[in-house]
Design a protein around this ligand. Structure first.
Ligand code: GAR
Length: 208
């Protein structure tokens, strides 16, 4: 039985595409059964539709407008994805911090991809900040990580990491391209690793 993966995106969705491709070519023994975006114009939604995957656009705006808290949004989001019966939720470029309310309500691993090594450059623009640190002579490498989500931003038990060297004359475009290529491989590896640790599903019940 194939595992069921739900991917959360906010933008381009190139990492979603890597997961979709890995499911299609058998690298991952899983199906993406839902793609959630908090941004209507996220290109990842187009990628999902092209792959025939159900999408859910779930913006924070209407909640804010009626004075609801982020915890209420997160609780509603957890409820909205329950129908997907996910074995794993993967945040792949999802730019919204999920509260403990969400994490407590979702009964499967929730993974996050971040373009930096554990403890370095949490938050947005991690690649830009790593390049600036390299140009200031502070570091000569950055990296990519996939970790279990905890309430702290871009932190939590690490599933996989990979170092990406920063070259002396790197441009942002060149470094970002190497980072994204690294992410695509590492994320597929980390999702597969996480799914392989799940308890086997119960065998189908026999008819008497
Ligand atoms: C990726 O680089 C991912 O690591 C980053 O957003 C990008 C999404 O790209 N996530 C974060 O910065 C999370 N803090 P994609 O939409 O092409 O997959």
């Amino acid at each position: 039985m194939k595992r069921r993966v739900v991917v959360f995106i906010s933008g381009n969705g190139s990492n979603l595409q890597a997961i979709l491709d890995a499911c299609a070519n058998g690298t991952l023994d899983a199906n993406v059964v839902g793609v959630v975006s908090n941004r209507r114009k996220a290109f990842g939604l187009v990628r999902a539709e092209r792959a025939g995957v159900e999408t859910l656009y779930f913006p924070l705006g209407p909640f804010k407008k009626r004075g609801a808290s982020r915890a209420e949004y997160d609780a509603a989001l957890a409820e909205a994805i329950a129908r997907f019966q996910a074995d794993a939720v993967v945040l792949a470029g999802w730019m919204h911090i999920l509260s403990p309310t969400f994490l407590e309500a979702v009964p499967c691993p929730v993974l996050n991809l971040h373009p930096a090594l554990p403890g370095a450059f949490p938050g947005t623009h991690a690649i830009e900040r790593a390049l600036a640190a390299a140009q200031a002579g502070e570091i000569d490498h950055t990296g990519v990580m996939v970790h279990h989500v905890v309430p702290e931003v871009d932190a939590g038990p690490v599933v996989a990491t990979q170092v990406v060297p920063i070259q002396p004359n790197d441009t942002l475009e060149a470094l970002a391209a190497r980072m994204h290529a690294t992410e695509h491989n590492l994320l597929v590896h980390a999702v597969g690793k996480t799914l392989s640790t799940l308890a086997s599903p119960p065998p189908p019940s026999e008819t008497p």
